[in-house]
Design a protein around this ligand. Structure first.
Ligand SMILES: C[C@H](O)[C@H](O)[C@H]1CNC2=NC(N)=NC(=O)C2=N1
Length: 76
């Protein structure tokens, strides 16, 4: 699940392969546009690491991040 560390929410997701990982990233990208709240993320093959905080609030974790984390989990 999500871990709060260094003023960010972090979670790593592991998928069957790159295609599955990228399909997930595409869904997250559309969600980010819908919420106007965008992740900091890294993808290596079947792994996606997502970090969330709110830049407009000074790069701290806000309820926007918590809501985004919940919405991301609902994509799985
Ligand atoms: C202008 C635009 O609405 C803002 O820059 C939005 C875009 N996406 C964002 N994403 C995140 N994570 N934090 C923000 O403060 C933020 N602000």
């Amino acid at each position: 699940m999500w871990e709060e560390k260094n003023q960010q929410l972090h979670r790593e997701f592991v998928f069957k392969d790159f295609k599955e990982a990228f399909a997930f990233m595409t869904k997250v990208a559309m969600l980010a546009e819908k919420l106007n709240h965008h992740p900091s993320w890294k993808n290596v093959y079947n792994k996606v690491e997502i970090s969330l905080n709110t830049h407009d609030a000074g790069d701290i974790v806000t309820d926007q991040d918590r809501a985004m984390a919940k919405a991301i989990d609902e994509l799985l």
